[in-house]
Ligand binder design. Structure first.
Ligand code: HEC
Ligand code: HEC
Length: 298
């Protein structure tokens, strides 16, 4: 006893000291990594239609429906064109112009993106997620808010903008019954967790942008985001099939929105590294106490 207890004491002190030296180091490395992160910029025009088994065209030869048993994409009905035009003039034209072709960066009033040819899913997504009409055009990143327009009004605006130059992606309807949620979890870890975190809570990106939380987003809007890549998010087209997009969407709308914490405490979903530190601190603390107790007893 006399020989082992000082050794145990020393080992315990070393491990505690080690923790305090290593933990800030690990956090520093993590922060440096985040600051160097450079989000991909993509053009959102005509995002592709991977593996469509259904392709339906109208009389003019324009594709108005495509997809497969996983996701079906539909053009907004052209009978909404006139309503959409009126809504656009009222809510959008002041910034994006009466022809929806935007204002270039060298204009005198600011730069507003050209919306012609972006595809109905892009226009719909920005309106149904409340990002548009913009309240503050100077903000670095428009974020999800209470929508100012109804889903039908958003669809009407998408219909009119699309009538100027018919384009894809069209509005998706995911068929979640055909999804595989465990494949979705793996695909999410590979393609999405780097920005949105494995728990889907979102995180800061470079230059005061951030990746938002993915909780409480309707499935079709998750598909719209994946297929159109809003702002700093990359657009996933040929690299993810509709089946894979459906699997990820099911994972996002079921597992992430109702997380189950098998270990008991969720610790606010901080992620494995931070949760590991909490485990380590508690565990080592208890061990140190046990060591002192053994050491002092003779
Ligand atoms: C006050 C000015 C303003 C108004 C009004 C406005 N927008 Fe925007 N819109 C912007 C700005 C600025 C951006 C760029 C925002 C960003 O990148 O985060 C933008 C971006 C968009 C985008 C994304 C473009 C792209 O290339 O991905 C869409 C789609 C859009 N707006 C549609 C609309 C629609 C539809 C309306 C009307 C319901 C509308 N906006 C009203 C200023 C405005
Ligand atoms: C490079 C970082 C990055 C990756 C990778 C990424 N996203 Fe995003 N995501 C973002 C950013 C940034 C936004 C916010 C865009 C904006 O400003 O409107 C976003 C927005 C979203 C939204 C809309 C959230 C809202 O509040 O309306 C959804 C849904 C989404 N992402 C899902 C995904 C899925 C699913 C994947 C993987 C297939 C993924 N993202 C991959 C950065 C990323």
């Amino acid at each position: 006893m006399g020989l082992t207890s000082p050794l145990i004491k020393r080992a315990a002190l070393f491990s505690v000291a080690g923790l305090f030296v290593l933990a800030p180091g690990a956090l520093f490395v993590g922060a440096a990594h985040a600051a160097n992160y450079n989000p991909t910029e993509t053009s959102r025009r005509d995002a592709g239609t991977p593996n469509s088994t259904i392709v339906i065209k109208n009389k003019a030869g324009t594709v108005i429906e495509y997809g497969n048993k996983y996701i079906l994409y539909n053009a907004p009905p052209s009978k909404l064109d006139n309503l959409g035009k009126a809504l656009f003039m009222e809510n959008c034209a002041s910034c994006h112009g009466t022809q929806a072709d935007g204002i270039p960066a060298n204009g005198t009033v600011g730069a507003y993106p050209d919306l012609v040819g972006l595809g109905p899913a892009t226009v719909d997504f920005w309106v149904v997620s409340g990002r548009m009409p913009s309240a503050n055009p100077r903000v670095v990143e428009a974020s999800r808010r209470q929508p100012r327009l109804t889903p039908n009004q958003a669809l009407a605006i998408a219909a009119w903008v699309n009538s100027l130059a018919p384009s894809i992606p069209l509005i998706p309807t995911p068929n979640l019954a055909n999804a595989n949620v465990s494949d979705g979890a793996a695909l999410f870890a590979l393609n999405c967790a780097s920005c949105h975190t494995i728990e889907g809570d979102g995180d800061a990106l470079a230059a005061s942008t951030f990746s938002p939380s993915l909780r409480n987003i309707p499935a079709y809007q998750v598909v719209e985001a994946i297929r159109t890549g809003p702002a700093n998010m990359p657009r996933f087209t040929g690299n993810l099939s509709d089946q894979q997009v459906l699997d990820v969407t099911k994972y996002v709308t079921t597992e992430i929105q109702h997380p189950n914490n098998p270990g008991g405490f969720g610790l606010g979903g901080l992620g494995p590294v931070a949760e590991g530190f909490v485990g380590l601190l508690l565990g080592v603390g208890v061990l140190v106490l046990v060591c002192y107790w053994i050491g002092e007893r003779e």
